[in-house]
Write a protein that binds this ligand. Sequence first.
Ligand code: HEC
Length: 158
Amino acid sequence: MNSFMKKTIGLTLAAALVATAGFAASHTAKSSNAAVNARHAQMQMVAYNIGMLGAVAKGEVEFNAEMVNSAATNMKNLAAMNTASLWIDGTAQGEVDGSRAKSAVWSDRAGFIAKFKQMEDASVTLMAATSVEDVQAGMGALGGSCKACHETYRGPKN
Ligand code: HEC
């Protein structure tokens, strides 16, 4: 190998190392905290299940007691998840990228959990639905529980 090639390979390797280090640094700074990703996943599951119930309520999907019970049960379980490991300190909006959780989640944890309880209760009502009318009747309280919590505990878009 001539010295030109050695130099070129050396430079290429150095450039690759710098690029890797740069990527690692920016990745750490930009990536969301794992807890934020996990609770977003929780909310996505919530949105999926209420979407199924909403489709039934609107008549887009035929009423099926098993499916309605499944979606409502999932919502109940998602609402009952323990908040401690998902809403950890230092992950409020502004403290970590991607978070829209207001500081009230930490300063008023009891109130925050009470909003989840509201969602849980509305889900339990829907678990017993035996008709489209039952689903329609229960949607107000369920949707209202999302709104009630988001109003107080979710910040503006990032
Ligand atoms: C007890 C409070 C609470 C309840 C109840 C609640 N949410 Fe949320 N939700 C939040 C908070 C806080 C965030 C922002 C979390 C963050 O960015 O860290 C959020 C975020 C979301 C997101 C965005 C997720 C993402 O990927 O960024 C969706 C979608 C969502 N909620 C849907 C719902 C729906 C639908 C309901 C009702 C069935 C609901 N939520 C009930 C508190 C709640």
